[in-house]
Design a protein around this ligand. Structure first.
Ligand code: UDP
Length: 228
């Protein structure tokens, strides 16, 4: 597998199915990287180290796809929410950590319907005070897949901490995926997704996201251009 560099961060050159197969075989931490994370990592060496040490780094979002393209790499973005959903269909057991209490409950309920053969061995909302409340129990369950929906960088830090204790688990930080699976948040219509405009749809629906995307996204593209 080839790992290409974008602003100093390695991103794996795999398509959707290739990334799924790799994660299932390799196990470990999967980072679904976006411009906001690259931005944060550029100023936070501890977070940069987590990305560098991830077993798999996949490009989540149009920003990273454009950045890669400007560097001459034709790598298609992989939506983290779809990637994680596909993994759920391939494993026997999973632990889910994150989102608000009512959201995680609804997510578990929906996933049990979607994947009747999946054993959800552990779940917890994402508003715990101390990691130690969670970690011993999760480690004890040894899930094949662990999804952490705590937002970035929290979810990546949490997974990184767990990693040495769960060497045979695939662990993915999935951001707002539980909000989607619970039915609380709707993804953009497919046409927006296809055009790479999901960010636009989400920003219009939820204007406070504007601050997160702007100016990060255009600045990110400029930085990639300057880095040539
Ligand atoms: N979240 C959480 N604990 C926290 C902060 C956030 O469980 O301390 C959850 C939040 O409820 C949401 C998810 O983390 O379900 C991240 O949402 P966000 O919209 O930031 O995700 P992204 O846009 O990164 O996909």
């Amino acid at each position: 597998m080839q790992r290409v560099k974008l602003l100093g961060f390695g991103i794996d050159d795999l398509d959707f199915n290739g990334a799924i197969d790799y994660a299932l075989k390799r196990k470990g931490q999967v980072v679904t990287i976006n411009p906001e994370m690259i931005d944060w990592a550029s100023n936070h060496p501890d977070f940069a180290k987590i990305i560098e040490n991830a077993e798999l780094v996949i490009p989540d979002g149009i920003g990273v796809q454009i950045g890669l393209k400007l560097k001459g790499h034709n790598i298609k973005r992989i939506a983290g929410v779809e990637f994680a959903y596909q993994l759920l269909s391939k494993v026997k057991s999973a632990a889910l950590i994150g989102a608000k209490p009512e959201i995680i409950e609804k997510t578990v309920e929906n996933l049990k319907k979607d994947f009747p053969n999946l054993d959800i061995v552990y779940f917890h909302d994402g508003y715990f005070k101390n990691d130690e409340e969670i970690i011993p129990e999760v480690v004890n369950k040894k899930p094949e897949l662990l999804l952490a929906a705590l937002g970035s960088p929290k979810q990546e830090e949490f997974i990184y901490k767990l990693k040495p204790q769960l060497p045979d688990t695939i662990m993915v930080g999935v951001g707002g995926s539980f909000d989607v699976w619970s039915g609380e948040v709707k993804r953009a219509p497919v046409i927006f997704q296809k055009l790479g405009l999901e960010w636009l749809y989400r920003t219009v629906k939820e204007p406070k996201r504007f601050k997160r995307i702007f100016p990060t996204l255009p600045l990110f593209v400029l930085k990639v251009l300057w880095s040539r």
